[in-house]
Ligand binder design. Structure first.
Ligand code: SHN
Ligand code: NAI
Length: 231
């Protein structure tokens, strides 16, 4: 599989193959010397969480196509959206005209940030985006469309259907790859699977509510999951 090529084992194997073409004195002395894939400890991967944004305020600084892409996701999830930007693209202007979002037609300033649960900085100015990250409160979530490492939230590529959410993040390595992978993953599931998931949910609720010991409930729930995987 292609993904495996970039694994450290793959690089090791490739390097070992190369070794035989190198004069003995030029060969790497140990695997440490030839290892060029950072370990999981060295990469700052972020924690995936499911966040309920319903009725929470998301401030979007900037009104271009990336701001629109971000706000569309939050809006669909039930968040309240306030766009702060001197100019916005037509799609944003239309949402504003339909009273689906708020729009303050101005440059962002410090007063705009306070009440936000999540701040999205998606202007075309690195300075403005970095300013938003700096000025955000300690308890706020901040997403920067570029230079995302200055914020504390990154947006993965995700698909949701029924109760299933599949999200893929490549931590900034390749958003396009994340997009393709998440599509490939969700396409593996057919309609019957989503019906099954709904059934499982109902069955599980019943078991949880039943007058049984915790151990017995756990046993039944594991059995239920096993049965569904076999079917
Ligand atoms: C760090 C992150 C920011 C964050 O967390 O907010 C980030 C950063 C940047 N993206 C850039 C480019 C592109 N981004 C996309 C697409 C998506 N980008 C998304 C997330 C993220 N993008 C986060 C990392 C996620 C990860 O790595 O897995 C997705 C998943 C979600 C979303 O954006 O809504 C969405 C797919 C949605 C879907 O599934 O459909 C495409 C392709 C396209 O548009 O089709 C391109 C062009 C091709 C390419 O580069 O691959 C650039 C360069 C900008 C410039 O040119 O300057 C930067 C800035 C930088 O890297 O510095
Ligand atoms: N995360 C991702 O997937 C991607 C991120 N990017 C990054 O996203 C950023 C935005 O990209 P686009 O939407 O294409 O830009 P754009 O140029 O279309 O829009 C920029 C917007 O920022 C607004 N703006 C500028 N200064 C402002 C200020 N002081 N206060 C409030 N609003 C201000 C402008 O009025 C405009 O509406 C870029 O920095 C780019 O690097 C770009 C492509 C993909």
């Amino acid at each position: 599989m292609t993904m495996k090529k970039s694994s450290s084992a793959g690089i090791w194997a490739m390097t070992l193959k190369l070794n035989k073409y190198l004069p003995r004195e030029c060969r790497p002395q140990s695997i440490i010397m030839i290892q060029n894939t950072p370990s999981d400890m060295e990469i700052h991967a972020m924690l995936p969480l499911m966040v309920d944004v319903r009725n929470r305020l998301v401030i979007v600084i900037g009104g271009g196509k990336i701001a629109y892409r971000r706000l569309s996701v939050f809006l669909k999830q039930g968040a309240k959206i306030k766009v702060i930007s001197p100019h916005v693209i037509e799609e944003i202007s239309l949402l504003h005209a339909q009273s689906q979002i708020e729009w303050k037609q101005k440059e962002a300033d410090i007063d705009d940030l306070h009440e936000a649960f999540i701040i999205v900085a998606a202007t075309d100015s690195k300075e403005v985006n970095a300013w938003a990250a700096r000025k955000a409160g300690e308890h706020q979530l901040v997403n920067l469309a570029g230079e995302s490492e200055l914020g504390n939230v990154q947006v993965p590529s995700f698909h949701q259907r029924g109760r299933l959410t599949l999200a893929v993040s490549t931590g900034g390595a390749s958003p396009t790859l994340a997009k393709n992978l998440s599509k490939q993953f969700i396409d593996q599931f057919d309609d019957a699977f989503f019906d099954l998931l709904e059934e499982l949910f109902k069955e599980r609720e019943k078991i949880k509510a039943a007058d049984l010991s915790q151990d017995e409930k756990k046993r039944l729930l594991i059995q239920l999951a096993k049965k569904s995987m076999d079917s």
